[in-house]
Design a protein around this ligand. Structure first.
Ligand code: GLN
Length: 541
């Protein structure tokens, strides 16, 4: 059997300095060297998944093909590795404990006393190794969320320590740490990173490599200092200054031969990397001067630890991929739909944009304003892409304003609406009634058949597609024929469950609503067909 190798990526000083993108970039580099790579995300919180968390606390919930509600970093891994990951690539403290407790309840430990150590780290190791086996990975990269020294991630570090103890040549540790440049001093300070390194030492570990994140390049004197104080070879202190696009990071890291340095540590022979595809991609996106303005309309999300942008990171990336493919630089504006409710004239500001997107969402806030924005897009022939809630509300808008049923609604907004264009099936209603929220939506990949001669079929270039879902409500088939006849064509269906998946408006440059989330499957160098066509229509406008 082949030797599987493992790289743990841990954080120092601050979270949010790009551990996820670093992990994804390392994966991309090893792939260009011809290795099979997979990546795991560890979220140390107790939630079983990200699905029950408020987006302002957590950012985007990234949905996998197999229907797991995971962290946005999983999206970075999929995009950089150009692969699909599954539930086995994601774990939280809650998930690990849940398995251990279930095992105890079913006597899997044969009557032993079940303890935090070793049983929790053993379950963590089992998950990591299972993922490596499932992907037949030569190299598995594990990103441990948070920063070293927190109570929360100590058991994950312990799992890594045990793996390293057993096979010292198969496990490496990378510390991604932040080096601040306080304004009043004007120089980069290494002390916080020295402390982070010590915190890692107190978990019985020493990093093999340091990735020095900061505003500026790591200079030689500081590299020496870090090498001595952190006990890391000087050449393994890698400079990772801020860059204008995350897609430059693989290049920036591999310039410093990071791949072979890690291979040395893992006792694998050095290999050439071929970064030419990344190189030409980055130079293309660096040199775009034409701009396109896109409005993303939704309720205001700007509170809590995360902002609107974090909640829609895959949508943003999908827009960028599609725009770059079409040779333009996208300019995104977040438009708060509540403005349209408070001041009806403000809808006119949408005339500044070449295209409008309504992304997924939940709840009642700002919905009437979103419906106004959709009406504007429909009537003024502004290219429109509605993602999940954006499809549901486009259907409501159409029934209200084209079919003239003014009290049409989604039952999410008005449970007693006489015209429930978007409704809920009895099983889902039961979940809600019994507060069974965790992992109970319609989740993950489902097939969709596209109608002959539809625009979406031309865009995809195939008849059968598979896309990822995350919703509880759905299009009410009682309205299907009526809506279709009046011009909002039902062009995508899931035949197994007889569910509407895509609607598109006739006699409009581009007006498409999808019950699924196409954004999850967009890749930097392979934009999603619907985003690609949306941007093309926006450029034509
Ligand atoms: N709130 C809607 C539903 O639950 C849409 C969900 C979404 O946009 N992801 O069906």
């Amino acid at each position: 059997m082949k030797q599987r190798k493992y790289i743990f990526v841990v954080g120092g000083v601050l979270s949010g300095v790009g551990k996820g993108v670093t992990t994804a970039s390392l994966g991309a580099i090893f792939r260009t060297k011809g290795f099979k790579v997979t990546a795991l995300k560890v979220d140390p919180y107790v939630n079983v998944d990200a699905g029950t968390m408020n987006p302002t606390e957590h950012g985007e919930v990234f949905v996998t093909d197999d229907g797991d509600e995971t962290d946005q970093d999983m999206g970075n891994y999929e995009r950089f590795l150009d692969t699909s990951l599954g539930s086995i690539n994601y774990m939280t403290t809650g998930r690990v404990y849940l398995t251990v407790i279930e095992n105890e309840r079913t006597m899997k430990y044969n009557g032993k006393c079940v303890q935090v150590v070793p049983h929790i780290p053993e379950e963590i190791i089992r998950r990591i190794e299972t993922s490596a086996d499932m992907h037949d990975a030569d190299i598995t990269i594990i990103e441990v969320g948070g920063t070293v020294g927190e109570y929360e991630n100590i058991l994950f570090l312990e799992a890594g320590r045990r793996m390293r103890l057993k096979n010292p040549d198969n496990v490496a540790f990378v510390l991604v740490s932040y080096l601040p440049v306080p304004k009043h001093l004007g120089e980069m300070k290494t002390k916080p990173t020295q402390h982070a390194s010590r915190a890692l030492n107190s978990a019985g570990l020493n990093a093999d490599m340091l990735i020095a994140r900061g505003q500026f390049e790591l200079d030689q004197p500081r590299r020496e200092k870090l090498a001595i104080h952190c006990g890391i070879p000087r050449d393994n202190c890698i400079s990772a200054p801020d860059v204008s696009s995350i897609y430059e990071i693989p290049l920036k890291l591999e310039e410093q031969d990071i791949g072979n340095k890690l291979l040395n540590k893992l006792k694998i022979d050095n290999r050439e990397s071929d970064m030419s595809t990344w190189q030409s991609f980055v130079s293309k996106i660096d040199n775009l001067d034409k701009k396109i303005k896109i409005a993303v309309v939704g309720k205001y999300f700007g509170t809590g630890e995360f902002t609107l942008a974090d909640s829609y990171i895959s949508v943003i990336e999908a827009i960028k991929h599609a725009a770059w493919f079409n040779g333009v630089e996208p300019e995104l504006d977040w438009v708060d739909s509540e403005d349209f409710e408070n001041e009806s004239d403000s809808i006119k500001k949408l005339s500044d944009y070449h295209g409008i997107i309504v992304p997924g969402g939940f709840g009642t806030r700002g919905v009437e304003g979103i419906i106004e924005a959709i009406r504007y897009a429909r009537e003024n022939k502004v290219p429109y892409l509605g993602l999940c809630y954006g499809m549901q509300l486009a259907s409501v808008e159409f029934v209200r304003n084209v079919l003239g049923k003014t009290n049409a609604n989604t039952v999410e907004m008005d449970p007693d609406t006489p015209e429930p264009v978007i409704h809920i099936n009895p099983n889902q209603a039961k979940n809600v009634k019994e507060n069974r929220y965790g992992g109970t939506m319609r989740l993950g990949a489902y097939d969709c058949s596209l109608k002959e001669s539809s625009m979406v079929k031309r865009a995809y270039g195939e008849e059968k597609i598979s896309e990822r879902h995350r919703h509880r409500y759905e299009f009410n088939n009682d309205y299907r024929d009526e809506v279709d006849k009046a011009g909002l064509k039902v062009v995508g269906m899931n035949k197994d469950a007889d569910l509407v998946e895509i609607v598109e408006l006739e006699n409009h440059p581009f007006f498409v609503g999808t019950q699924f989330h196409p954004e999850f499957k967009s890749r930097p160098m392979k934009p999603h067909p619907l985003f690609r066509e949306f941007i093309k229509a926006a450029i034509d406008k």
